[in-house]
Every structure is written in structure tokens, then in C-alpha cells.
Write a protein that binds this ligand. Structure first.
Ligand SMILES: [Zn+2]
Ligand SMILES: [Zn+2]
Ligand SMILES: [Zn+2]
Length: 131
């Protein structure tokens, strides 16, 4: 099962947007979602990872979720994180998480110390009552 060129009716090559006969996009719908190669400008089908003509990568990997999105997108298709400044934002977020974890650890240590002090106080009171 394949698609045929909308313009000339020739069978379209799988994964190739441009008709080999008339050199026009085999489908206007597919052309609308085409990803231009950053290297050779060849339009590639949505969902392709490498350029059909020069094999250059036409997708970028998200630093947050590792998902790949076409290079002409401004944000990750998977987690919606904008690509602009993404590595810096990730570093910032990790630093934030780190300090949050430190704060949580301090809170836990604080609780343990409080209950320890409470037990000691209880022991002293118990000792007094025993007398
Ligand atoms: Zn054609
Ligand atoms: Zn290319
Ligand atoms: Zn992502």
C-alpha cells in the first residue's frame, strides 16, 4: 500500500515527500507538515529522523525527557519544554531540586532531634515521678 502523487499520479516513494517525476510534493497535506532539512533544505516527511537526501539529522533531542522532535519545533513535542535555553534551565532546575532535597533532609533531622529530646524529657519526668 503506497500513496500516489496528487499532481501526476505517479507512485510515491515511501518516506519521500517530493515526487520523483514531477518534483512536487506528492501530497499537499504532507507538505504542510514537512520538516525542511537544516543542511540541504530538502523537505522531509513528518516523523522522519534523518534527511532522505543528505542523511543529516532533522530532529533534536530534548534534554529533559530524551524525546526527539523535528528541529523546526520551538518546544519538545513530548514534554512541551521550549528548546530555547533548555540546557541552562535544566541545570537551574537540578540546582533547585538539590537545595529542596537539602531542606527536606534538614526537616527530617529536625523532627528526629525533637522526638529524641521529647523522649529524654519524658524519661527525666518519669524518673522524678518514680521517686
Ligand atoms: Zn508527481
Ligand atoms: Zn538534507
Ligand atoms: Zn521533552
Amino acid at each position: 500500500m503506497g500513496i500516489t502523487c496528487e499532481n501526476c499520479g505517479a507512485p510515491a516513494q515511501p518516506g519521500v515527500l517530493k515526487c520523483t517525476y514531477c518534483q512536487r510534493p506528492v501530497s499537499a497535506e504532507l507538505a504542510r507538515h514537512a520538516i525542511p532539512c537544516p543542511h540541504c533544505q530538502e523537505p522531509n516527511l513528518w516523523g522522519a529522523q534523518k534527511c532522505v537526501r543528505c542523511q543529516a539529522w532533522i530532529v533534536v533531542q530534548c534534554v529533559f525527557c530524551g524525546g526527539v522532535s523535528p528541529h523546526n519545533q520551538t518546544a519538545c513535542l513530548n514534554c512541551k519544554e521550549p528548546f530555547a535555553g533548555a540546557p541552562e534551565r535544566k541545570a537551574q532546575r537540578q540546582a533547585q531540586q538539590q537545595s529542596q532535597q537539602n531542606a527536606q533532609t534538614a526537616a527530617v533531622v529536625g523532627n528526629v532531634a525533637a522526638s529524641f529530646l521529647g523522649a529524654v524529657a519524658g524519661g527525666i519526668i518519669g524518673g522524678i515521678l518514680d521517686d
